[in-house]
Design a binder for this molecule. Sequence first.
Ligand code: DQA
Length: 155
Amino acid sequence: MGKSILLINGPNLNLLGTREPHIYGHTTLADVENDCHGTAAKHGCSFDAFQSNHEGAIVDRIQAARGRVDGIIINPGAFTHTSVAIRDALLGIGIPFIELHVSNVHAREPWRHHSYFSDKASGIIVGLGVHGYKAAVEHVALNFTELEKDNRAAL
Ligand SMILES: O=C1C[C@@](O)(C(=O)O)C[C@@H](O)[C@@H]1O
């Protein structure tokens, strides 16, 4: 059966395409989401996308996914480096997730090197530009297994 995939983007990612294009490129978030939707559909998966600039709204969306989603792809934006609350929400619902960054955070300011998510992520995609989103959808569609889901839930 096709999987259900949720993409979450955090603060300022609504500005993709116009925000610091030398770092994040020229593709808009709408284009990214459409592309992911098409990729998910190609693999028989359902797909939903959510973006918010608000930490609590992201926590709420993650909680609402409990029991309804097989895999989450999340670019927490700046919350990557600050948010225990979003980390706890992901661990609390036991759904495996992929952490994604458009830019190579490890080649940027030292404070971007630390993530509250990486040690719990099923996988991390960093620095592939917006192409990383499609790669993440393909990975969830093809490789996330029930076993992995159970393993994550047991954490
Ligand atoms: O907002 C972002 C975007 C980002 O998550 C990325 O996609 O490269 C990297 C973060 O450090 C930054 O705060």
